[in-house]
Unconditional design. Sequence first.
Length: 178
Amino acid sequence: MFRNIYQGGFLSILYSCGSSPLKLWDVHVKNGYIRRITDEEIKSLALEIAGTNVATTYIYCPAYPKKALGIKLPFLIIIIKNMKKYFTFEITILDDKDMHRRFRVSNFQTTTRIRPFSTSMPIGLSGGWNQIQFNLSDFTRRAYSTNYIETTRIQIHANCRVRRVYFADRQGFNTCIN
């Protein structure tokens, strides 16, 4: 999708206040819902993903399974609200060994597990809104002793509110929650 497009500094793939925040995404909903709501804390729109099982309600990008994001920027930043329920997200990357690897981050995982093609790790979220900064290059190097090439896919599962999902070329590339 973005492989042949200039990727300078910052690339947003979801912004809850935009006219069609899920334009690049598709949804899977079973025993849950995905809707845009006005969050009372920030007094602005957010995308709420909720379900009885984190595995059955999620959004994913790109929408087409045969496509790849092709995003080379190494920092994934997600602005997300902790809903005090089980939550997870997954990122699939391509490394310099031409291997697809998946990082699964969740608040119900207690230990990090590294397998040949996937790594699962815990995350602790503060109450309310959080800015998650995920250094894909560093995690790829530490988990697999390979180099990060690009992000091919991302999934965000229930239960959370999402404000923005973007990639950046450096840590600390900040956008305002509002």
